[in-house]
Design a protein around this ligand. Structure first.
Ligand code: SAM
Length: 277
């Protein structure tokens, strides 16, 4: 498991992110085609937004949220009770802990594979969980979320692009430092095929919440910017850090809590493939 990241501390951020981007999950699950799964696994479920939606959509199936963080699974369990859906939870560290989970007709794994050192091996293990004819779907790649205009009215324009560049560097370092880290061409459909699956394809979904934002998505933007402010502190110059601090100032009318022009625009890509019968 990625030991650098305190996942439990990210519970709010992950749940807000999932709720903000719920529309893409609905489209992505519908796009998986005519599925009538008996068993569904959400591997790396975090606080269970996708898992609970899976349990809603496939209400005859046994749906299990699997994660390395017991705290996040508690959160997923509470979410399921609140929504009145049947959800099982199972603590397991990915990828070794996948053995023993049993097989499933649908395995969903959103934004998790890139936290494993050997991504090809992770896909192979995930594929190994499938029943014949079962589907594996992962969320990787896509396009990063935009929240703010290029020129926010103060500081040097283009802050979001520089923040994204800093995040990319941080991501590279995170991957380099993972145990057993292996570089691979991140051609996800080719990797799914190399994992023994067939009919690999990619579909991208737009998350488009125009301004003005409701409270939940607005809070997600705040939490995300706070996190990025922490991660990019060594990389950004003083001018950009001052701009970020102003954006994060709750009392500033031009800050993210109050400005009217905040939006969410992102692209999520789902790569899926099937185990041959
Ligand atoms: C970026 S979050 C994604 C959460 C959710 N699937 C989503 O799409 O929002 C990554 C999740 O994977 C879990 N995770 C990361 N590495 C893991 C590992 N090696 N074993 C088990 N869980 C892991 C974390 O605890 C976290 O809940």
């Amino acid at each position: 498991m990625d030991s650098e990241i305190d996942w439990a501390a990210m519970a709010d951020l992950l749940e807000l992110e999932g709720e903000t981007q719920l529309s893409y999950l609905e489209q992505a699950f519908a796009d998986l085609g005519e599925l009538n799964p008996r068993r569904v696994l959400d591997v790396g479920s975090g606080p269970g937004v996708a898992a609970c939606l899976l349990a809603t959509m496939f209400d005859k199936a046994e749906v299990t949220a699997v994660d390395g963080s017991a705290e996040l699974l508690d959160r997923a369990g509470r979410r399921a009770r609140r929504l009145g859906v049947r959800l099982r939870t199972r603590v397991a560290t990915f990828p070794e802990g996948l053995d023993g989970l049993g097989t499933a007709d649908l395995v969903w794994s959103g934004q998790v594979v890139h936290h494993v050192g050997d991504q090809q091996d992770a896909l192979r293990r995930l594929a190994g969980l499938l029943e014949p004819g079962g589907v594996l779907a992962i969320v990787e790649g896509g396009l990063p979320a935009c929240w703010l205009p290029r020129d926010v009215g103060f500081g040097r324009p283009g802050l979001a692009a520089r923040l994204e560049a800093a995040t990319t560097e941080r991501f590279n370092r995170m991957r380099d430092e993972l145990p057993g880290s292996v570089r691979v061409v991140e051609d996800w459909p080719a990797m799914l095929t190399a994992a023994g699956l067939t009919d690999a394809r990619s579909r991208s979904f737009l998350v488009d919440l125009p301004a003005p934002l409701a409270d939940g998505p607005r809070l997600w933007v705040r939490r995300s910017l706070e996190r990025r402010r922490g991660m990019a502190a060594e990389t950004l110059d003083a001018d950009d850090l001052a701009t970020l601090d102003r954006l994060l100032d709750p009392s500033d009318p031009a800050g993210v809590d109050r400005r009217p022009d905040l939006f969410v625009l992102a692209v999520k890509t789902v790569h899926s493939a099937r185990r041959p019968r």
